[in-house]
Structure formats: C-alpha cells, structure tokens
Design a protein around this ligand. Structure first.
Ligand SMILES: NC(=O)c1ccc[n+]([C@@H]2O[C@H](COP(=O)([O-])OP(=O)(O)OC[C@H]3O[C@@H](n4cnc5c(N)ncnc54)[C@H](OP(=O)(O)O)[C@@H]3O)[C@@H](O)[C@H]2O)c1
Length: 326
C-alpha cells in the first residue's frame, strides 16, 4: 500500500507542476453573449481557429468559417454542432489567403450576404521548414509573408467599411511570441535574396506592425484591433517541420509547456469579447503583453505603404479597376 503511494508520488508532483503552469496561462472568464453579432474566423477548421469559432458560436454569434478547403470547413461545422447541444449559426465560406483573387471573391460574397461584421479573427497561418525551397502563393509572394501577413492585410482592408458600419467592432490578429525574433526587411519583404531567414517569425512580426499601424489609422472609427500571442499550442501548425524524433526530444518540455488548442484560444476569445481593452496592443495569457521587440514607427508606416504597393501591383495584373480600400 505504502510502496504504491510512493510510486504515484512523482506522477502527482509532475501533474501538480503542470496544473500550476496552466494556472498562469489565463482564461477568458467573461460569459458575454454575442446574440446578433457576426464573426469571421479564418482557418476555423483546425487548432486555435476551430476552438475560437466554437466558443463564439456557443455564445450565439453567427460565425463564418473562412477556410481554404470546404470539406474541412463542413467537417468542422458538423463537429461544432455535435459538441454544442444548443442550435448554432455557422456558415462555411471558401477563403484561400494564398490568393488575392480568392480574398476578393470571399469579401464580395460576404458583403452580398451580410450587412454587418462585428468580429474579424485573422487566425489562419502556416509554418514551413527553413530547409525546404522557397514556397510561393498564387501571386508569387513568399508563402509565410503572403498567407500569414499580406492575405490578412488585404482581407482586413477590404472589410474595414463593414467593420466601421458595425461599430463597436473588433479585429483580432493572431501573431506569436516568435515575432520577437522576426525582422522586417523593407528592401526585400518578399525574401527573394535573403539567406535562410526565419520567415515564420518575420511574418508574425509583420502581423504586430499591422496591428499597431491599423489601430492608428482607424482610431476614430470604433474598430478596436489587437495582436495575440497564443502560447505554444498543440495543433497542426508545425506538421511540415516535425520529425518522429522531435516527439521523443520535446515530449518532456511539451508535457509542461504545451497548451491544448482550447487553452491556446483563450486570449483570442478574450480579445474578441472583453470590453474596454486597449487597442493596438499585444495580448498574451489574457492580459496585455510587453514585447521585447523594439518597434520602429517608421517601419510601421513604410511596411503599410509597401504592402499596399505589393497588392496594387498584383491586382493591376488581373483587374486594373480594383483598389485596396473596401
Ligand atoms: N500552434 C502554436 O504553437 C502557435 C503559436 C503561436 C501562434 N500560432 C498562430 O496561431 C494561428 C493558428 O494556428 P494553429 O496553431 O491553430 O495551426 P493549425 O491547426 O495548423 O491551423 C491553421 C489554420 O490556418 C489554415 N490555413 C493555412 N493556410 C491557409 C490559406 N492559404 N488560406 C486559408 N487558410 C489557411 C489551415 O487550413 P488547413 O487545415 O487547410 O491547412 C488551418 O485551418 C496561426 O496564425 C499561427 O501562426 C500558433
């Protein structure tokens, strides 16, 4: 009896440490209902996006599952319906952030269907290995830059008019703590000539700059904007980087520090629902986060201008009449 107790003790201690660490991650405690609100969640079929979509739907929002694969979107919809016993309003819509055309078509269809948009969650993202060859979007942008940053930059700009009409409204941009290791190379945003940069971290830093600059531009429009670092979360994100031996090496660290998708979604839900948060700021663990990155206001404005230039140069090729403002 005593020896069984001794055997269990180390596991109880480890479990206790894990629970203690979990208690520091923060939880969205408000139970604010979202009746009559309309929300878009990009990448809602998996990981953090799925959990955010589920929570917003459970609070009675109409949630648009903006996904690149409609089968995955429909599968997610069925799963959410099964998980939530009460009726939910979920609409799957096709959105491929690797294609400006797809983003345009998504926003046009959205505006045809809906007059208002109260919550935009810019969540979708990808992370590919450093060693694979430079991958490109449909518009010849480096994949991380194109999907994680430019795609959401364009999507948000096209939706600004609906967000303004729906004031007070919110834009939540899912970044990462890795933004602190990122660089914005204004002369080579598309990473054509840079050697092995950390493309994922760079795109996440661009997300934070976007949040800061957007909050300045829309200060008086009743739209709040937040960047979120969700923590290290167990999702499909690193599927292109993970090798079998990583599971062995990292499992002890993961046991203590890796969040479930539901835990990773908490700060996103908090920013999407909590009233009175400071706009233009970074949030982590359901509180404001002081980044170690030294932000340069000139980079902020230049990145915005260059992003507009990049988008305009792509759009001119397939539709000279389209302008960036929605
Ligand atoms: N997991 C972490 O530790 C962690 C840490 C910090 C920040 N984040 C951020 O959290 C966000 C959500 O990631 P996650 O961890 O939940 O990973 P995930 O499970 O892989 O989810 C990513 C979502 O983005 C979608 N997506 C990828 N490329 C897309 C495209 N071209 N167009 C539209 N959607 C696209 C994916 O769709 P498919 O299923 O079709 O691929 C998926 O739905 C990302 O922005 C990520 O950078 C994650």
């Amino acid at each position: 009896m005593i020896s069984a107790g001794f055997c269990a003790l180390p596991f109880l201690i480890l479990f206790g440490i894990r629970k203690y660490i979990e208690s520091k991650w923060g939880k969205c405690k408000n139970r604010i209902k979202l009746d009559g609100k309309i929300a878009i969640v990009t990448g809602a079929n998996s990981g953090i996006g799925f959990e955010v979509a589920k929570e917003l739907a459970s609070r009675n929002a109409t949630v648009i599952l903006a996904c690149r694969d409609m089968n995955k979107a429909k599968f997610a919809l069925e799963k959410i319906k099964k998980d939530i016993s009460s009726p939910v309003s979920l609409i799957p819509m096709e959105l491929d952030l690797a294609s400006l055309k797809s983003i345009q078509s998504f926003t046009e269809k959205f505006k045809d269907k809906f007059e208002y948009l109260h919550i935009l969650i810019n969540n979708a993202g990808l992370s590919n290995s450093h060693t694979t060859k430079r991958l490109l979007t449909d518009d010849n942008l480096e994949l991380h830059f194109g999907v994680n940053y430019i795609g959401h930059f364009y999507l948000t700009n096209l939706l600004l008019c609906v967000l303004e009409k729906s004031r007070p409204s919110k834009v939540v941009i899912v970044s990462s703590k890795l933004h602190e290791k990122g660089q914005i190379c204004l002369d080579d945003l598309n990473s054509v000539s840079r050697n092995c940069p950390n493309l994922y971290a760079d795109s996440k830093l661009a997300n934070v700059y976007f949040c800061r600059e957007l909050s300045k531009k829309i200060e008086s429009k009743g739209i709040d904007v937040f960047a979120v670092c969700p923590g290290w979360v167990y999702t499909n994100l690193f599927r292109h980087r993970i090798r079998w031996y990583h599971y062995i090496i990292f499992s002890p660290i993961a046991f203590f520090f890796m969040r479930s998708a539901k835990q990773g979604a908490q700060t996103v839900i908090y920013c999407a629902t909590e009233p009175g948060l400071a706009t233009g700021m970074i949030y982590r663990d359901c509180m404001m986060y002081e980044s170690k990155h030294k932000f340069d206001p000139n980079v902020s404005t230049d990145l915005w201008l260059k992003s507009e230039e990049i988008i305009t140069s792509i759009l001119i090729n397939f539709n000279p009449d389209v302008i960036i403002q929605g």
